[in-house]
Design a protein around this ligand. Structure first.
Ligand code: SF4
Ligand code: SF4
Length: 71
């Protein structure tokens, strides 16, 4: 199941970018940009994130989504 990031929580540490085995994440300025074609849905980034800014999202399979302000 896909994942998305929460800009209100993300501290732009870049850690998720480093741990992603598929190189699907990129820190561009203070935003996490997701390459949805590369993401293999492994959830490594979710488990790593120190502030729990990444979470699953009910949408198409295999995607982690960039910043969406939901709060
Ligand atoms: S879920 Fe996707 S973006 Fe997150 S670490 Fe795995 S491949 Fe990378
Ligand atoms: S690991 Fe979490 S806090 Fe760090 S850049 Fe990624 S989403 Fe943001």
């Amino acid at each position: 199941m896909p994942v998305q990031s929460n800009p209100n929580k993300c501290i732009s540490c870049g850690g998720c970018v480093s741990v992603c085995p598929a190189n699907a994440l990129e820190l561009r300025g203070s935003d996490i940009v997701v390459d949805t074609e590369r993401c293999i849905d492994c959830e490594t980034c979710m488990k790593f994130c120190p502030v729990n800014a990444l979470r699953k999202k009910q949408q198409e399979k295999g995607l982690i989504y960039p910043m969406e302000n939901e709060e």
